[in-house]
Design a protein around this ligand. Structure first.
Ligand code: SOE
Length: 380
């Protein structure tokens, strides 16, 4: 088996999901490559060492530049906050490393363009961790759409609702809370949550042409963990937009961290000429499907339990009827990346796909300011 040496940057929530995927993937998928946890990089040596011990990384670095310089690293995996994605990825590409990067690809489109240029020039395999594409039910939705079962698509409706920032006492900035600091995150729910919805939507339903949006920051000032001072909040707490897809369908997208009672309620519904699909992250192993062509007396919404071996990815798991969950989406992404390496064709989401999503979030944030419909920039 060929070894693929991983150098991880960042050790937070995403560092854990990725590390888990690297360690599990060969137990469930037959692959030519085996990821090796070579090094984890974080500024704080003690924390990096603790993470390395826990997850089985062979070594640590405290400067990502050193990690990139190392000859024994094949893949740079970026699980650090959004504001450092571009610098690390561009340097990694120059050094000829393969790159896996957390979402959103960059703080904005222009920054993401530079990342795409760097990986294109260096011809290095690249992927963005938009993991929800690889929930088996979501992958099945893609298959059903591509088979033409829905027919012409009229509507796309997506939501991503959370409630963890409602308290005004929650500070901004620092470990775990950098998502509330606009300088580090780039934006609020638009880049963090809607980016997921947009990536899935464009994968399932094609590109988005125009958007009109409104955003709100409900809590205007929060104490900053790093400065200790009360500072203006620059992120959007809620973001809603209407969109027109290139295929003529209409869409609504809504995201907030102020929907009391909802923790990570990512849902989408797609309505086509013949059939409709509904999916809900809180019930991720089910796909709701309605087909108008069913015989009248038995026509209705079917709740498909996505656990059979003929469902995407499921033959690699347990026996029919037994479910998998969130962590496995990352394992699927690593499996597909490694299979892509063997075949010489890496599947998406590529850096270009990540850029396409950043173009949409840029247009959303612009429209929220101009209060007009804005065109989404297209990839050249
Ligand atoms: C934010 O709370 C968050 O962790 C996002 O950053 C992730 O991308 C999303 O999958 C779950 O919610």
């Amino acid at each position: 088996m060929k070894k693929l040496n991983i150098g991880l940057v960042g050790y937070g929530f995403m560092g854990r999901t990725h590390s888990n995927a690297f360690t599990q993937v060969n137990n469930f998928f037959d692959l030519e490559y085996r990821p090796v946890l070579k090094a984890v990089c974080a500024r704080d040596a003690e924390k990096a060492r603790a993470f390395a011990t826990k997850w089985g990384y062979e070594s640590i670095e405290t400067d990502w530049r050193k990690l990139i310089e190392r000859d024994d690293i094949d893949v740079i995996d970026i699980a650090a906050p959004n504001n450092v994605h571009a610098e690390i990825a561009i340097a990694a590409a120059k050094a000829g490393k393969m790159i896996l990067c957390e979402k959103p690809l960059a703080l904005n489109g222009p920054e993401a363009e530079k990342m795409v240029a760097a990986v294109t020039k260096a011809k290095v395999p690249n992927m963005v961790w938009y993991n929800y594409r690889r929930v088996p039910a979501v992958t099945l939705a893609k298959q059903l759409i591509d088979e033409g079962r829905l027919g012409k698509i009229f509507h796309y409706r997506a939501k991503f609702l959370q409630d963890w920032t409602i308290s005004k006492d929650l500070p901004q900035g620092g470990a775990g809370l950098w998502r509330l600091d606009a300088k580090v995150a780039g934006s609020g729910v638009t880049g963090d949550l809607l980016a997921h919805c947009i990536d899935t939507a464009m994968w399932l339903n094609g590109s988005i042409d125009t958007v009109t949006a409104t955003t709100e920051t409900f809590i205007k000032e929060r104490k900053h963990t790093l400065t200790g001072k009360v500072e203006k909040v620059g992120i959007d707490d809620a973001s809603l937009f209407l969109a027109r897809f290139s295929n003529g369908s209409l869409a609504t997208f809504e995201s907030t961290r102020y929907a009391r009672g909802h923790k990570a309620l990512y849902t989408f519904e797609i309505n086509g000429e013949h059939a409709s699909i509904f999916w809900d992250l809180h019930d991720l192993h089910r796909l709701q499907y309605f087909d108008h062509r069913d015989q009248g007396a038995v026509r209705g919404w079917r709740s498909l339990h996505i656990t059979d071996s003929d469902h995407p990815y499921m033959k690699n798991w347990w026996v029919p009827g037994l479910q998998i969950g969130y962590a496995e989406t990352f394992i699927h992404q690593v499996a597909d990346f490694l299979q892509g390496l063997s075949k010489g064709k890496i599947p998406g989401p590529s850096f270009k796909d990540g850029l396409a999503t950043d173009y949409v979030t840029d247009a959303v944030l612009k429209s929220a300011k101009t209060r007009r419909w804005e065109k989404v920039k297209k990839i050249k």
